[in-house]
Design a protein around this ligand. Structure first.
Ligand SMILES: Cc1cc2nc3c(=O)[nH]c(=O)nc-3n(C[C@H](O)[C@H](O)[C@H](O)COP(=O)(O)OP(=O)(O)OC[C@H]3O[C@@H](n4cnc5c(N)ncnc54)[C@H](O)[C@@H]3O)c2cc1C
Length: 484
């Protein structure tokens, strides 16, 4: 197909879609395409130089499940690649286009359809933001069981399709997989399927959670919710060593009676960069309890007792409150102080946090760039460890040097039976290299549902780069970093 034929085809596609979606929600504006193509990871300009062919041709915003289904059908009819996008906060290019085509922005699908206060179940569109859902449930004295700290922007569908395993509420109530009752999925051919806990067809809820949208777009979500609690309390302790800090963190995490509503461990550098002031010791454990007043009181008292045993130094209450008020911005704040924040997220089991930290420390201590780390408690004995390298955008050698260091940590994580938290497009080559069984299964299901591989391509089943090329690239990057 030559360029004229291509443009004619895209023009015909626009006209066809505008028959069922208002033209104001079918955009071919280059600025809008650019704005909906990247994510918060702020990859520098030299990275995008190689990505011209990724650029989408359309941004389409369906308003309901029927419109979404018709768009997906049209895309398949025109063999046009599709990228499903919510708020794009999961980064790693998870919701960025990779083969051109249409970006389907889910955020117009933002309605609450039904709140059943007796059964404690809500049904809503997948493009609704967590903050909007939280506000809607507030009127009924209800609340979601779990949500990410990015709740001010991120959407329900994004949490279901990315990981949904760590964040606010997960220790107390479980991850998003536990809360799901059903999802309405628009498959790559545009057909609509309701998938419930009991579904035994091609697709189950387990396939949909963490699928990065490769099996289609989640249109609606039905999930269990909880009652709003009345008493919020928090504690924070500084520790001289990682050893002591992780001991205390795991004591709180694995306490069966009073699980924290939120729990994190960070190093001093992270606190310094994320907030205006910082605790005095090198490591900081922070826990928030949210329950009925007597239960919150008990939890605070038993945490204080445990902290004394591990030599924790308590942090002023105003600092703890400020941290909670700031929780949605904490990770973003790190980006304010540098021109190019680079990060990687690991999913590390409780019992291997110590060895992972030791490896991180030994690999990072001699490096010159600013770095920081932060652990957020997750479900099933897992933890999301986010490592930041704060580099200068004008210094590509530093950028690639940091990426090379993260690569070594990623290999170490897989070597000790752990994995990365977010795969996205950027980390798919790790999934392919280290998960041969998962790869085979995912590929077979993907081929059945999307034989032309049009929807959210280059996630899980196929990578742009071969592993050996990445190895070589990072070897050179590391060498150049040291020479410099
Ligand atoms: C400040 C900050 C704090 C964060 N805190 C947490 C946290 O506590 N816990 C955590 O797990 N993560 C966290 N994250 C990562 C991210 O915010 C979450 O994964 C979030 O749930 C992503 O939602 P989103 O709406 O931004 O989805 P996006 O990033 O837009 O999408 C994520 C993936 O899901 C797919 N997708 C989106 N919507 C749909 C849909 N309707 N149907 C099918 N596929 C879809 C996309 O194609 C993409 O592959 C944080 C990120 C930031 C920047």
């Amino acid at each position: 197909m030559n360029i004229t034929q291509k443009l004619e085809k895209l023009d015909r596609f626009t006209k066809e879609v505008e028959k069922f979606i208002s033209s104001s929600h079918v955009s071919t504006d280059p600025y809008e395409i650019e704005a909906t193509s990247a994510d918060l990871s702020l990859l520098p300009k030299y990275h995008y130089k190689f990505k011209e062919e990724f650029r989408a041709s359309h941004v389409i915003r369906p308003g309901n499940t029927e419109e979404l289904s018709k768009v997906m059908k049209k895309c398949r009819e025109f063999s046009l690649p599709v990228t499903i996008r919510a708020a794009a906060t999961s980064c790693f290019s998870s919701s960025s286009p990779t083969r051109g085509g249409a970006i389907i922005d889910m955020r117009r699908m933002n309605k609450v359809h039904e709140i059943d206060a007796d059964k404690k179940i809500v049904r809503c569109d997948a493009g609704i933001s967590w903050i909007k859902l939280i506000e809607s449930l507030l009127d009924y004295g209800l609340a979601p069981k779990c949500y990410p700290t990015s709740y001010k922007a991120s959407c329900l569908g994004g949490f279901v399709a990315s990981a949904g395993k760590s964040g606010i509420g997960v220790l107390k109530y479980g991850g998003i997989r536990d809360a799901l009752v059903s999802v309405t999925l628009v498959k790559p051919d545009g057909s609509i399927e309701e998938i419930t806990k009991d579904s035994k067809g091609n697709l189950t809820l387990d396939n949909i959670v963490e699928s990065l949208g490769i099996y289609g777009a989640i249109a609606e979500i039905e999930m269990t919710i909880t009652t709003l609690k009345t008493s919020l309390g928090m504690i924070g302790y500084g520790f001289k060593s990682f050893n002591k800090a992780i001991d205390f963190y795991l004591t709180l995490k694995n306490n069966k009676v009073n699980k924290p509503f939120f729990l994190s461990l960070s190093n001093k550098k992270f606190e310094k960069l994320a907030h205006k002031t910082l605790p005095t010791r090198d490591f900081f454990v922070y826990a928030v309890f949210f329950d009925d007043p007597d239960l919150t009181e008990k939890a605070l008292a038993s945490s204080k007792e445990a902290a004394l045993k591990t030599d924790g130094l308590s942090v002023d209450e105003w600092y703890l409150k400020e941290k909670w008020l700031d929780i949605a911005d904490t990770e973003l704040n790190l980006g304010r102080l540098c021109r190019n924040p680079v990060f990687q997220e690991y999913w590390i089991a409780d019992e291997r946090c110590q060895s992972f930290y030791e490896m991180y420390h030994s690999k990072t201590k001699k490096l010159m760039y600013k770095n920081a780390f932060y652990i957020m408690a997750g479900i099933n004995g897992g933890n999301r460890i986010k490592i930041f390298g704060l580099s200068d955008i004008k210094n590509p050698r530093e950028f690639f040097g940091i990426k090379a260091n993260f690569h070594e940590l990623s290999k170490f994580a897989y070597g000790q039976q752990d994995r990365l938290y977010t795969i996205g497009v950027v980390n798919t080559f790790y999934f392919i290299k280290f998960n041969p069984d998962g790869l085979e299964y995912t590929k077979a299901l993907k081929t059945k549902l999307d034989p032309e591989n049009l929807v959210n391509s280059y996630r899980f089943v196929q990578a742009k780069m071969k592993y050996w090329r990445i190895q070589l690239l990072f070897f050179i990057a590391k060498w150049l970093y040291w020479v410099a």
